[in-house]
Design a binder for this molecule. Structure first.
Ligand code: NAD
Length: 359
């Protein structure tokens, strides 16, 4: 009863026309920010996360505390737990599901392939089954990835471009997720929107990502490994600031149940859409390092090595015109500004002052 009360309280809507959203992966980087933004504007939010140890679980616990302090209950549980999902949908008539739980990262798949199948395929199907059986059926918005464009060389990437050359198992499971969600859309009429995020960064970010681990190593005086593509070409990413991604997530949730839109790929009678959420201005990895050096006021010890071919792609670059047309998506934070905010958060979170760590 206590559990049900917590879930219902957390799902309570505090604005007219608001939504109640189940956010999976709520203790993750994007999930935390999206949950807070939904709550802030008066929507009901219930989080679900298995708090796995892919990266520092204490960071996930700290995000959970942040959520709790804003009245958001984040349940510890797995999206593969069909009983738990059924209980959740029995307790709350969720209008939307924001599905962000996944096994992320491309290199980790070399040693842990089944983790990707468990969360990104089996877990996705379990969640879709629960949504299918729920009454009312929620609209689903979920995170795909720019990695589905794989080794595609035509830039910028548009939603209709080829996605048949995944460079990693992670990308393959995201691509599979797009096909699986499409199937649930046209067979069961579930409303589904897939968002292809492009390299998201910012405060409360993911320690496994380059900008984060570079910051850590630079501060600790340790070398960083900078990958370079074939023929000494620098790798480049369309780095997208978290606040811009959050706006895109909320915009797509707001339009997700409507079938009259014009953007993305639409298939079947219930809306099925896919949108790029990127920044449209790729930056090379050496440039990323130099911005971090400037903000940290420290020099990096760079180890420049050829990309080992274990999952990374040489570049990413988003065409965002579909999301722009559909829900006014317009990123406004450039990498300089966004990294400044990240570094400020990092120094404060890890207790640094003036380049030295406290305590
Ligand atoms: P994250 O790893 O910080 O968040 C994912 C969360 O899901 C984690 O807290 C994890 O504990 C949880 N989780 C994993 N498997 C689960 C399961 N089986 N059941 C319940 N919870 C589970 O990653 P993120 O950067 O916040 O990414 C959010 C989503 O966006 C993911 O789907 C990811 O693949 C996608 N994405 C992220 C980026 C990026 O640059 N951050 C880029 C493209 C796509």
């Amino acid at each position: 009863i206590q559990w049900e009360k917590q879930v219902r309280n957390s799902a309570q809507i505090h604005r007219s026309g608001g939504m109640s959203v189940l956010v999976t992966g709520a203790a993750g980087f994007v999930g935390t920010h999206v949950s807070l933004a939904l709550k802030k504007r008066g929507d009901g939010v219930v989080g679900l996360d298995n708090f796995n140890n892919y990266y520092d679980p204490s960071l996930k616990k700290a995000r959970k505390t942040l959520l709790q302090n804003h009245g958001i209950f984040a349940i510890e549980g797995d999206i593969n737990d069909a009983k738990l999902l059924a209980k959740l949908f029995d307790t709350v008539a969720f209008t939307h599901v924001m599905h962000l739980a996944a096994q992320a990262g491309v290199r980790y798949a070399m040693e842990n392939p089944h983790s990707y199948v468990h969360s990104n395929i089996a877990g996705l199907v379990t969640l879709l089954e629960a949504c299918k059986s729920a009454n009312p059926q929620p609209s689903i918005v979920w995170a795909s990835s720019s990695s589905v464009y794989g080794l595609n060389e035509k830039v910028p990437f548009s939603e209709d471009d080829r996605t048949d050359q995944p460079a990693s198992l992670y990308a393959a499971t995201k691509k599979a997720g797009e096909e699986i969600t499409h199937t649930y859309n046209h067979i069961y009429g579930l409303s589904i929107t897939g968002l292809r995020f492009f390299t998201v960064y910012g405060p409360w970010g993911r320690p496994d990502m380059a900008y984060f681990s570079f910051t850590r190593n630079i501060l600790q005086g340790k070398p960083i490994t900078v990958y370079r593509g074939k023929d000494h070409v620098d790798l480049a990413r369309d780095f997208t600031y978290i606040d811009d991604i959050v706006k895109g997530c909320l915009g797509s949730l707001d339009t997700s149940g409507k079938s009259t839109g014009s953007g993305g790929k639409k298939r079947g009678p219930a809306p099925y859409r896919i949108f790029n959420l990127g920044n449209t201005s790729p930056v090379t990895v050496p440039k990323l390092v130099s911005i971090l050096e400037r903000h940290l006021k420290m020099k990096a010890k760079k180890n420049i090595v050829e990309m080992p071919g274990n999952g990374d792609v040489p570049f990413t670059h988003a065409n965002i015109s579909c999301a722009q047309k559909e829900f006014g998506y317009k990123p406004t934070t450039d990498l300089q500004t966004g990294l400044k905010k990240f570094v400020r958060w990092y120094l404060s979170y890890y207790g640094y002052s003036h380049g030295k760590r406290n305590g």
